[in-house]
Design a protein around this ligand. Sequence first.
Ligand SMILES: [Zn+2]
Length: 182
Amino acid sequence: MSKTIEERSLETWFMEFEVVCRRCQSKWQPPIARFVNAGTDPDARLGILLGTMHRSYCPACKLKQLIDTTFEYYEPEQNIVIQVRPEWEFKAGGGEDYYLKRFEDLIIKYSKTDVRVDVVFGMNELIHKYLGGDEAIASAQEEWNQRREQARKQHEERTLAREAFEAEQPEGAADDESGTTA
Ligand SMILES: [Zn+2]
């Protein structure tokens, strides 16, 4: 009668996460992804490959902090949910047995959802086991550089357009408004 585990939603969701700066003790709450759907949020994959995911900067002293927390990553092409746990946990927890325990828990968690599951420890393992490894990192960097170049060009075009417009302004605009043309 009782519904044990309901089907899990595979949508991206965030949670505010309290961070304390290890240098100046400031506190802030960046939104941190707890579940990522790589189909609807492809930039998350890019962020993982570029090492920018789950990083936050202290608003007071700008120190970069790693938010070392567990999240789940859904890859629709392989129809798999990968739980990404902190890297240090593997050794601290007891190695392979710890992995199997977490893996079993995850199978139960998603038993009513039509997906495969796996557990990895650290972004590095995620990247090398599921995201394409070093090759994927290289192409992510290339894509990022292209985007930056594109953004820079657009910015320059906008600036040029504005300058062109401003250059026309002085005489022409003043004449029209004064209405002195016969
Ligand atoms: Zn700080």
